[in-house]
Ligand binder design. Structure first.
Ligand SMILES: NC(=O)c1ccc[n+]([C@@H]2O[C@H](COP(=O)([O-])OP(=O)(O)OC[C@H]3O[C@@H](n4cnc5c(N)ncnc54)[C@H](OP(=O)(O)O)[C@@H]3O)[C@@H](O)[C@H]2O)c1
Length: 276
């Protein structure tokens, strides 16, 4: 059986890509590889073929690498099937650099991307960078794939992929964390769980829709709510006093730095593997 897409790694990110992929590709043309039997079972229930390891792969197949960054070298070491793969290889692995993937797989059509889990509802923001040798056909294919899961921004400089990983990959987690803080406050103050969930989710959707109009910067939107002498100004004062912006900046920097570290570790692992 030949496939148009082979997705390696059916974790949170890999499975979030699937609903979008189903819009653009026939389910029978998608193969999902995962080492965990329970994940394979979940994904098989969605109607796609699953396997624990790679068999033959068509030259034209799109390979999507969605396994943990620190497992990439081990994965590459266990299979030679992808060596010299001429088709598109899309990596969504945090940190792992294009040169490392090109060298490991001897592949020339490598695109490094950072989508996020909002892909599940076709609302991903995917930042991507194409390797220097990517053909225009493969680039179009990658863009088509990203458009199936949401919006995209292409960067020319790969170094931007580390801050992109911090902002974009982790973005849903930070906002969900903030949502949880608001939800807990609502529950503590007497709202039911269901009411709290509904209130917070509507606030996030509302702000998302205002931001997407794009006629105001986020800070302007914040100030619009801050009636002088009003309640919101009191809350924002607390956040400013506690240096909330600095805390968020520190958190993002830590994530971006870790992305760089993962990239270096993957490079070292590949160097060790190729010298064995
Ligand atoms: N989560 C996000 O929001 C997000 C966003 C952007 C990018 N990413 C990137 O996407 C990748 C996956 O992240 P995730 O959060 O989806 O991780 P995850 O939930 O841990 O899923 C990864 C899956 O890949 C499996 N796996 C490990 N080694 C494998 C191999 N050799 N062959 C096939 N499958 C293998 C894992 O099995 P085991 O559990 O047995 O290891 C697991 O089921 C990471 O590189 C991450 O940096 C994630």
């Amino acid at each position: 059986m030949s496939y148009d897409i082979v997705l390696v790694g059916a974790g949170c990110m890999g499975t979030a890509l699937l609903p979008g992929l189903f819009k653009g590709f026939d389910k029978s043309r998608i193969l999902v590889i995962d080492v965990l039997p329970s994940r394979r079972k979940e994904v098989a229930a969605m109607g796609v073929d699953v396997a624990s390891s790679l068999g033959d792969v068509d030259d034209a197949a799109i390979i999507v690498l969605a396994l943990p960054s620190n497992r990439f070298s081990e994965f590459a070491g266990c299979t030679s099937v992808l060596n010299g793969h001429p088709g598109l290889v899309v990596s969504v692995m945090a940190g792992v650099r294009i040169a490392t993937i090109e060298k490991t797989l001897q592949a020339c059509n490598v695109v490094r991307a950072i989508p996020n889990t909002s892909a599940e509802t076709f609302k991903s923001m995917t930042v991507f960078c194409a390797g220097a040798s990517v053909s225009s056909y493969s680039l179009r294919l990658a863009e088509r794939m990203f458009s199936l899961v949401g919006e995209m921004v292409r960067v020319e400089e790969e170094k931007l992929m580390d801050p992109a990983t911090a902002i974009c990959g982790g973005g849903p987690a930070y906002l969900s964390y903030f949502a949880e803080c608001m939800r807990s406050f609502a529950v503590e103050h007497g709202f039911s769980d269901a009411q709290s969930d509904f209130i917070v989710s509507q606030i996030f959707q509302g702000v998302g829709s205002l931001l997407s109009v794009g006629d105001r910067q986020p800070m302007q939107m914040c100030e619009d709510v801050m009636t002088p002498g009003g309640t919101t100004a009191q809350a924002i004062e607390v956040l400013k006093h506690r240096n909330f912006k600095e805390v968020v900046g520190d958190a993002l920097l830590k994530a971006a730095t870790h992305s760089q570290l993962l990239g270096s570790m993957a490079e070292e692992a590949e160097n060790e593997r190729s010298h064995r």
